[in-house]
Ligand binder design. Structure first.
Ligand code: ADP
Length: 671
């Protein structure tokens, strides 16, 4: 019992069904890609865009005070210094008339170094300075670290000062899982995080706007945004020269009054730790290289800058990604069925590059859109996946087409073979009765010879010419069937082509004279060359016969021979009716005759030129034609001078079919 399924699969689909199938496939690819986590590809692509995109200039309002190696060396203290130093620093900042102070120091650790100042006047002094500054409209904000125990508030009495939670966010759990810092906290449990809080304190009259692209994280009650990296003089941070895009001063210089008065006036100052050898002071900002590690204090500055200047990277909605995935997938699927493989590869490569270039362009901080983050990994995967899925489908459809073509080809060959057999049979059987008709008519004419009137003699002449025509037709057909069955055997003999032409011409003199056609010959003396006398005579005879047949009376036919490097060239030019340009391509086909009034009157089979070309090509030569309608035709034969016996084999059609059959079914051939 045959299975129904393969039959169903083999049944050709209508165009509409095919289109539906392609769209469905694209939808399936898109849907599966959208559910598949692609962060591990998207994260490095995000970083690539980040490093290739233009970076906004760092805001010179922001200044950094670093508790650095110099500070620790010169004060001879441990990090993050006892409270007295911070008290001093705050007083200095007040003197400098700064715009705001963001204190990124864990005061619990300060207390651990020496708890006494917190219990005496020192702690109170620090708080008083802070409160005084806040009252003057200079926000002093303490950053509370966020640990596994939650927000860590500063020890008494510093708890009285304004504070906000602060955390450098590493993409450790989701998105890339590569511990790279790309996003920043805007708020946690509806309380502003450190940088946002600092900006809010600066907005005394109105509410500070959140930066573009702020989104609410689904897993925690928090708001984030993707901050921008800033640069000055093309530098985000240079570890070798310790160059920062923001003005940086050492903490020790601040407390020792070495920063000239007025330098920090109107600046938003961030105070934090920056020790070269302390890994905890640094964070990765790019997964592409471990070199892309920058001080955490600098990350805070970039976050603050992004919020101040309303810069952020806005993720485009998932629907945009879905539409793009679908469009790319459908394009590749449709193209894969129509384009050549090399073109398909080129197109896919262009689309890949185009999709990435588009995402890179969107990432630029364009004034009217800001930086947009188009998910690139999913569209790219959809392209590649569609491409690889379509390869086997394409192979399958090609195979089906080839199978159908092979079947058709086989059928055509069989029909051709049947036609040849039929022709052979008919012509062979016709030959004998026609010969008998000829013989019998001649006997009849002879028997009646004396009694015939001149009119009756004319009638006999017509009968003979009709029989002659029929004979000619049968001979041509026999020639053709012989060719098809056995091919031809070219028997090479050395002869002078001019001599052969002379003898062929002799046979046509009478017909030419009857139409008063002048035959001019211009033969260059030639060396004998090798060719098949019988075949070439037939070709020449046919071409001269045609020239006479298709020329009006009192015209000239010019026949020329000449030697041309590896060829002998024979040209036969007439001043006859000519051949329309559009017919020339079919002229050498079997049974082809140009349809016009003259050819209708002229008897012919449409086989002469086909056979002539076949014979000439069997000699590795060429037969070409040039013609101008109403002016004349020129046939040119080129025969190679140095033809070898081994070059002239021409298998017949039947032999070719049999050979192919044997090759395709060796079992049967052996049997
Ligand atoms: P046919 O037996 O019809 O002459 P051929 O194969 O020799 O068959 O020629 C095919 C057709 O090419 C002719 O029917 C005729 O229309 C055209 N043809 C051939 N030779 C000439 C020529 N010298 N001038 C004009 N037409 C020609």
């Amino acid at each position: 019992m045959k299975l129904a399924l393969p039959k169903l699969l083999l049944r050709p689909l209508s165009r509409f069904q095919e289109s539906i199938l392609h769209v469905l496939l694209a939808v399936m690819i898109t849907a599966s890609i959208l559910t598949f986590p692609t962060d591990f590809i998207e994260a490095p692509l995000f970083d690539l865009r980040q490093s290739w995109s233009l970076k906004p200039k760092a805001d010179d309002q922001i200044a950094l005070i670093t508790i650095d190696d110099e500070t620790l060396n010169q004060t001879n203290e441990v990090h993050p210094l006892p409270l007295s130093y911070h008290q001093k620093a705050l007083e200095r900042l007040e003197e400098q008339h700064v715009k705001a102070v963001g204190y990124l120091i864990n005061f619990n650790m300060v207390e651990r170094i020496d708890p006494t100042p917190f219990q005496n006047e020192q702690g109170q002094k620090f708080v008083r300075t802070g409160i005084r500054m806040n009252a003057q409209g200079i926000p002093v904000l303490l950053a509370n670290p966020f640990t596994i125990n939650g927000e860590e508030t500063p020890p008494y009495p510093l708890i009285q000062l304004p504070q906000a939670v602060s955390r450098i966010h590493h993409d450790g759990m989701i998105f890339g899982k590569d511990n790279v810092t790309r996003r920043a906290l805007i708020s946690l449990y509806d309380n502003h995080a450190f940088e946002m809080a600092l900006v809010s304190h600066l907005h005394t009259h109105d509410e500070a706007p959140t930066p573009p692209g702020t989104y609410r994280a689904s897993d925690t009650d928090a708001q984030y945004f993707l901050f921008k990296l800033h640069q000055t003089g093309g530098i985000v941070y240079d570890p070798d020269y310790e160059t920062f895009p923001y003005a940086r001063y050492s903490f020790v210089d601040l407390i020792e009054g070495k920063i000239p008065q007025g330098t920090l006036q109107g600046k938003i100052v961030l105070i934090g730790s920056y020790q070269r050898e302390k890994p905890n002071d640094f964070t990765l900002i790019n997964s592409r290289s471990k070199q892309n590690s920058i001080p955490k204090l600098l990350v805070h500055a970039n976050i603050l800058d992004s919020i101040l200047n309303q810069q952020g990277i806005t993720p485009l909605p998932a629907s945009v990604t879905a539409v793009l995935c679908f469009l790319l997938s459908v394009t590749v699927i449709l193209a894969s069925l129509k384009l050549r493989p090399s073109h398909l590869i080129a197109m896919t490569a262009y689309l890949l590059a185009g999709a990435f270039a588009a995402s890179l362009l969107l990432f630029q901080p364009l004034p009217w859109t800001g930086s947009l983050w188009l998910n690139t990994s999913r569209p790219l995967i959809s392209l590649v996946l569609s491409f690889y899925l379509m390869i086997p489908l394409r192979l399958y459809s090609e195979n089906r087409k080839r199978f159908a073509l092979e079947k058709q080809n086989k059928l055509l060959k069989e029909v051709e073979e049947m036609k040849t057999n039929f022709l052979q049979l008919v012509t062979h059987d016709l030959k004998t009765p026609v010969a008998r008709m000829q013989g019998l008519t001649e006997s009849l004419k002879r028997a009646l010879a004396e009694k015939l009137t001149s009119k009756e003699v004319d009638l006999f002449t017509h009968i003979f010419s009709a029989i002659e025509e029929l004979n000619h037709f049968i001979t041509s057909l026999l020639e053709l069937t012989k060719l098809d069955n056995q091919g031809i055997r070219v028997q090479l003999k050395s002869k002078d082509i001019n001599q052969i032409l002379e003898s062929v011409l002799l046979k046509h003199r009478f017909a030419a004279q009857a139409k008063q056609i002048d035959i001019q010959t211009n033969f260059e003396p030639l060396f004998p060359i090798k060719f098949d006398l019988d075949l070439i005579s037939k070709v020449l005879s046919n071409l001269i016969d045609n020239a006479i047949k298709y020329s009006p009376e009192q015209t000239t036919i010019t026949i020329q021979t000449q030697e041309q490097r590896e060829f002998i060239e024979i040209s036969i030019q007439d001043q006859g009716i000519g051949i329309p340009q559009e017919e020339i391509q079919n002229l050498f086909s079997r049974f082809y005759r140009v349809k016009n009034d003259t050819t209708l009157k002229v008897k012919g089979t449409g086989l002469g030129l086909y056979l002539s070309k076949y014979f000439i090509e069997a000699h590795r030569g060429e037969l070409t034609v040039e013609s101008t309608l109403g002016q004349g035709t020129r046939f040119v034969i080129k025969l190679p001078i140095d033809l070898q016996e081994t070059e002239v084999a021409q298998p017949g059609l039947k032999t070719q079919i049999e050979k192919q059959r044997k090759e395709s079914s060796p079992g049967r051939a052996l049997g």
